[in-house]
Design a protein around this ligand. Structure first.
Ligand code: FES
Ligand code: FE2
Length: 325
């Protein structure tokens, strides 16, 4: 995981008003809830008093009350009521629950995993998916670190094998390039797979300059965009659970059909397609070993894995900037 980054961790509809959502993310037990302004609060699921699970607590007037001794915490994590000291008791300043900054964009909840004093700018979703798009969504648990899930979506040579019956039909096994560029911190990838005509794969430098938008776009640390056409996109958010688990949030976006019932039908078909394809990947990827990737881990990276290599390099660079390595 990379410090000082906004990680997409949940769909907004998973955090309902008046309810506590308890999940593990970033290898930590967390609770999410909405304050009186509907703003999402993210706290450690750990009461600073005697370590009770806050997920068993109650929401009261915009505060979270611990189930054990009733201490109440405000959205910033400060204890604002300590029943054993009475209404007017003095509350120690140090009595605070750990919190994370949160932000909602396009119906997704992000938390800032790092030091808030680094002055984080709000996270951004893919700008080209704007007005006129509707979408369907699906989520899946994968028993592998999110880095393997990311790399799976940057892997351009697995399609004719894992997806032979779906998006990998046609036997385009030879990988020219791929062409990978960094733009404003995003990775942009153009895929040039073809059938084997006996000629060697071309290197990225030998490819003509692209004439279309990138097929794939990866926004650090955990968002992915497949630009299928101007009117059809698939996005993914790879939420880190812990060192061996992640949650894949997929969305199918389209804007070619806006008539109410047909629109929903098209989006449903897109959702099924996403499920079928993700299951094909998960069958293999969730058994990759080790479960987590690193820049130097002894795997044999090929020319066709260029996007995976650049991901590992850039992630390492960001971790270095954050003082982690
Ligand atoms: S453990 Fe939470 S109030 Fe005591
Ligand atoms: Fe795949």
């Amino acid at each position: 995981m990379i410090r000082n980054q906004w990680y997409g961790v949940l769909e907004s509809n998973e955090v309902k008003r008046g309810r506590i959502t308890a999940v593990t993310r970033m290898s930590e037990k967390l609770v999410f809830w909405r304050d009186t302004d509907d703003h999402v609060v993210c706290m450690r699921d750990l009461c600073p008093h005697l370590g009770a699970p806050l997920r068993r607590g109650k929401l009261k007037d915009g505060h979270l009350a611990c189930p054990f001794h009733g201490f109440e915490f405000d959205p910033g994590g400060a204890c604002v009521y300590l029943p054993a000291y009475g209404r007017n008791g003095e509350i120690p300043k140090a009595l605070k629950v750990g919190t994370y900054l949160t932000h909602e964009v396009q119906g997704m909840v992000f938390i800032y995993w790092g030091d808030p004093s680094t002055g984080p700018q709000p996270p951004k979703f893919f700008e080209s998916i704007g007005e006129g798009f509707s979408f369907s969504r699906v989520s899946q648990h994968w028993s592998v670190h999110y880095s393997r899930m990311v790399e799976n979506q940057l892997d351009v040579s697995h399609l004719p094998f894992i997806h032979a019956s779906t998006i990998g039909r046609g036997g385009r096994m030879v990988v020219d390039g791929p062409l990978v560029e960094m733009r404003d911190g995003d990775m942009e990838i153009w895929v040039y797979n073809r059938r084997d005509d006996g000629t060697p794969p071309r290197k990225a430098e030998e490819l003509p300059p692209p004439t279309r938008h990138p097929f794939l776009q990866f926004r650090f640390p955990n968002l992915w965009h497949n630009w299928i056409s101007d009117d059809v996109r698939v996005t993914a958010m790879f939420a880190p659970v812990d060192e061996e688990n992640g949650v894949l949030y997929l969305r199918f976006y389209q804007r070619f059909m806006s008539l109410p019932v047909l629109r929903d039908l098209v989006n449903l078909v897109g959702k099924w397609g996403n499920i079928v394809i993700a299951n094909q990947d998960r069958r293999i990827v969730s058994h990759q070993m080790p479960k987590k990737t690193d820049l130097k881990m002894g795997e044999k990276i090929m020319q066709s894995d260029r996007a995976i290599l650049l991901y590992r390099q850039q992630r390492h660079r960001l971790q270095k900037e954050a003082g982690q390595v």
